[in-house]
Write a protein that binds this ligand. Structure first.
Ligand code: SAM
Ligand code: SF4
Length: 333
């Protein structure tokens, strides 16, 4: 699948539910309204849809949410998708199946995930301070997530920690997170807050530019530029003292769109061709209209042909940021 700008689309992110067991302050409002169950694709439908993308050239698939591991029976989808991994004697297949999780359910699922062929997971963790963790997530428990990370390590999964940089909240702790990730052998990605969805407060309160994060880390650590790229928006450095990788995601201050290889599917079968744009394609109708995949394949190709050149997030310190109306939990980041 090639888009109009010659970019090859090989990476599908699938939000399997918009629900979550946490309410991170930068992601959701406290009193979120979630989609009625009737609107949500069944796991079998999601698997068929993912299968179509894989046949059309997707090589990497990430499950996300909401919280992917709170969807009932999620392991049946993971196991089904895991069958696409491995030798590609059919001429197509997945190189990687992975997920982004808040880690609360990892203690329960880590071994099964590894068994299904998952090799790496991203765990979102913005702080190592239990009280701050409870405040950021509104009611989460840090020890539960740390136990989940421990279980994932034991199951042999590689872990990347995703931390959102939050002004006045965890900016004083990022040094400690670099040290902890170094000790534990986790890579770390630090993400700027993106203006997505109504969260009941001004985003500029939370916004901390990655340039400042980087400058702060440089006071304590030696950051060496590396070529390492995942094809995504992160720019990586190696921390000489720990040997660990630290990635920086700066969607608001830099343009990473020219190398974008990804599209995002929601749990209702809506395909977003760009995280920062409203345009979307409905794949649920062609999916349900016929068991013949021809219709679905044509709808996917038509959507990819509409992938825009780039996003237009704008943040301005004097005004409220121009935001995208959907929450991050709809497309999963
Ligand atoms: N619940 C899972 C988790 O937290 O990892 C998966 C979904 S969550 C929406 C995916 C990622 O998006 C998390 O790393 C989270 O920190 C990040 N995120 C959520 N809202 C964000 C925002 N407004 N700006 C930047 N990152 C955000
Ligand atoms: Fe849930 Fe992830 Fe959003 Fe936090 S960031 S509220 S864990 S979906």
């Amino acid at each position: 699948m090639r888009d109009p700008f010659g970019r090859s689309i090989t990476y599908l992110r699938v939000s399997v539910t918009d629900r979550c067991d946490l309410r991170c302050v930068y992601c959701m409002a406290e009193d979120m309204t979630f989609l009625p169950k009737a609107e949500i694709l069944s796991l079998e439908e999601l698997e068929r849809l993912c299968g179509a993308f894989i046949r059309l050239g997707v090589r990497k698939l990430r499950l996300t949410g909401g919280e992917p591991l709170v969807r009932r029976n999620i392991m049946s989808l993971v196991r089904g998708l895991g069958r696409w991994l491995g030798p590609k004697d059919r001429g197509w297949g997945l190189d990687e199946l992975t997920l982004t999780t808040n880690g609360t359910q990892l203690a329960r699922y880590a071994a099964e995930l590894a068994d299904a062929g998952v090799r790496r997971v991203n765990v979102s963790l913005d702080t190592l301070d239990p009280a701050k963790f409870a405040a950021i997530t509104r009611w989460g428990r840090l020890d539960q997530v740390l136990a989940g990370i421990g279980a994932a390590q034991e199951a042999g999964l590689r872990i990347k920690i995703n931390a959102v940089a939050l002004k006045g909240v965890n900016d004083d702790e990022l040094d400690r997170m670099v040290a902890w990730c170094g000790d534990e052998g986790h890579d770390l990605t630090i993400i700027e807050v993106m203006p997505m969805g109504d969260i009941g407060r001004q985003r500029v309160d939370q916004y901390l530019p990655i340039s400042m994060v980087r400058a702060g880390l440089k006071r304590r650590w030696t950051l060496e530029d590396v070529d390492h790229t995942t094809g995504g928006p992160a720019r990586y450095v190696r921390v000489r003292e720990t040997g660990g990788l630290v990635g920086f995601i700066t969607p608001l201050t830099h343009n990473f769109c020219e190398s974008c290889n990804r599209v995002r599917l929601t749990c209702t079968g809506t395909l977003y061709m760009c995280l920062g744009q409203e345009d979307a394609a409905d794949l649920r109708a062609p999916l349900r209209q016929s068991d013949d995949d021809g219709l679905l394949d044509r709808a996917i190709h038509a959507a990819i042909a509409r992938k825009p050149k780039g996003h237009d997030f704008v943040i301005d310190r004097r005004h409220a940021p121009r935001s995208v109306s959907r929450h991050m939990s709809v497309t999963g980041g």
